[in-house]
Design a binder for this molecule. Structure first.
Ligand SMILES: [Zn+2]
Length: 375
C-alpha cells in the first residue's frame, strides 16, 4: 500500500512537472514574439537608421510595404502593410512628410458605408486603418480604395495604440531595387537618397467637393529625391547627353524652384529639369553641350524647398527646417511651368501650375521620371 501511494505521488509529480514545462515553453514562445525589449531583437532592429532623427518617427516604406517606428532614432517595431493604393491613380497613397492627426477607434467612412476601425489620420483624407469591412461584416475588396493604407486587425490595433498626434510620418519609396536603363545616368546616387514625393502624389489645396475629391487636390509633376541622413554624395548629375537650355537663379522669377537647370535632350525630344539646387556647377553655360553623368550642382533647399511644403503666400511654412531635396522633372518644353497650359486652384484662385498639375501630369506634357529612367 505504502509503495502504491508513493508511486502515485511520483506519477502526479512528474505530470505536473511536464505540464508546467510545456507551459513555460509556450509562454516563452509567445513572449519571444512580442517582447520587443529582447536585446537580440533590439540589436537587429537598431541597424536600420531613420531618414530624419526626431523623438518619435513613423516611416512608411511603400516599396517594402512596411512601417517602421523610431523612438529617439532607434528602430522599435516593424509593422507589415496589408495594402496600399495603387500608383498612377490620383488617389495613390501619398508620399511626403506628414504629422499624425486625429484617431478614431470605431470609424464609419464619411464617403462609403464601410467600417474603417483603428483609423489614424496620415494626411487630409488619407488614413492608416484596419482592413475595412461593410456594415454586414464582409471584407472590402482591394479594388475599392480611397487611397488609405490598410493593416490587418492586430497590426492596426497595435499602430493605433502606439501612434500619437503630432508624431512625424515619412511616407517614401526606396530606390535600391530599381534598375536604371543602360543609356541613362540617375540624377542622384540612388543608394544614398530616397524618393520622398513621387510623380502624381496628391496635395490638398482646397475643401470644395465631397462628391469628387480630386477637385481639391493637385498632383506632383516630378519626383522629389531627398538624401539619407548619412548620404556622402550630394551631387546632382545630368541624366543624358544634351545642351544646357536654361539656368535660373534662386529668386529670379524661379516660381519656387530656386536654383534650377533645364537641359535639352534633342534625340529624345524631351527636357530634364533639376530644381532647388544649393549651388550650380560654375562651368555650366547656357547653350553649351553637356555630357551624361556630368555634375550639375549640389542638392539643396532653395526656393520652396523649405520643410513641410505648404501652399500659402510663399509656399512655405516659415518656421520649418530646410527640406533638402532635388525636384526633378522630365517634360516636353523647356519651361518652369506646366508645358501644356494648366490652371491650379490654390488658395481660392486659379493660377499657373508649377511643380503640380490639376490632374494626372501625363496629360500636361510631363513624363513620370521613374518610369522614364528605369527598366
Ligand atoms: Zn517636387
Amino acid at each position: 500500500m505504502k509503495w502504491l501511494i508513493l508511486s502515485l505521488l511520483i506519477i502526479i509529480f512528474l505530470t505536473i512537472l511536464s505540464l508546467s514545462n510545456s507551459f513555460i515553453k509556450i509562454h516563452k514562445k509567445v513572449s519571444f514574439q512580442f517582447n520587443f525589449s529582447n536585446p537580440y531583437i533590439e540589436l537587429n532592429l537598431g541597424i536600420r537608421k531613420p531618414k530624419i532623427c526626431e523623438k518619435r518617427v513613423w516611416e512608411i516604406n511603400l516599396s517594402k510595404n512596411e512601417i517602421y517606428f523610431f523612438e529617439n532614432c532607434r528602430l522599435k517595431i516593424i509593422i507589415p502593410i496589408a495594402y496600399q493604393a495603387p500608383p498612377g491613380k490620383w488617389y495613390q497613397t501619398p508620399t511626403g512628410y506628414f504629422r499624425v492627426g486625429i484617431k478614431k477607434e470605431k470609424h464609419i467612412s464619411s464617403l462609403f458605408p464601410v467600417y474603417m476601425n483603428y483609423a489614424v489620420q496620415m494626411y487630409e483624407d488619407f488614413f492608416i486603418h484596419e482592413v475595412p469591412y461593410y456594415l454586414d461584416g464582409r471584407r472590402v475588396d482591394n479594388n475599392f480604395t480611397g487611397g488609405c493604407i490598410r493593416l490587418e486587425t492586430e497590426q492596426a490595433k497595435k499602430f493605433f495604440e502606439m501612434a500619437r498626434a503630432g508624431d512625424l510620418i515619412i511616407s517614401y519609396l526606396d530606390m535600391d531595387n530599381i534598375k536604371v536603363k543602360d543609356n541613362f545616368v540617375f540624377p542622384i546616387k540612388k543608394d544614398q537618397f530616397y524618393l520622398r514625393q513621387r510623380f502624381n502624389s496628391p496635395l490638398r489645396t482646397s475643401w470644395h467637393s465631397l462628391e469628387d475629391r480630386k477637385i481639391d487636390y493637385i498632383q506632383h509633376a516630378g519626383v522629389d529625391l531627398a538624401p539619407d541622413n548619412e548620404a556622402k554624395d550630394l551631387n546632382v548629375y545630368n541624366i543624358y547627353d544634351g545642351k544646357i537650355f536654361k539656368i535660373v537663379k534662386n529668386g529670379e522669377n524661379d516660381h519656387g524652384l530656386g536654383n534650377t537647370v533645364i537641359i535639352e535632350h534633342p534625340d529624345l525630344k524631351i527636357y530634364s529639369l533639376y530644381g532647388h539646387l544649393q549651388s550650380i556647377n560654375y562651368d555650366l553655360k547656357e547653350g553649351n553641350f553637356i555630357k551624361k553623368g556630368k555634375k550639375i550642382g549640389i542638392v539643396g533647399a532653395t526656393g520652396y524647398g523649405c520643410n513641410y511644403w505648404r501652399v500659402g503666400e510663399d509656399g512655405c511654412d516659415k518656421k520649418g527646417k530646410l527640406d533638402i531635396h532635388l525636384h526633378f522633372e522630365i517634360k516636353i518644353k523647356p519651361v518652369l511651368e506646366s508645358p501644356i497650359e494648366a490652371r491650379c486652384f490654390i488658395n481660392g484662385k486659379y493660377k499657373n501650375c508649377y511643380d503640380y498639375t490639376p490632374n494626372n501630369p501625363e496629360l500636361f506634357g510631363y513624363y513620370d521620371p521613374l518610369k522614364f529612367l528605369t527598366k
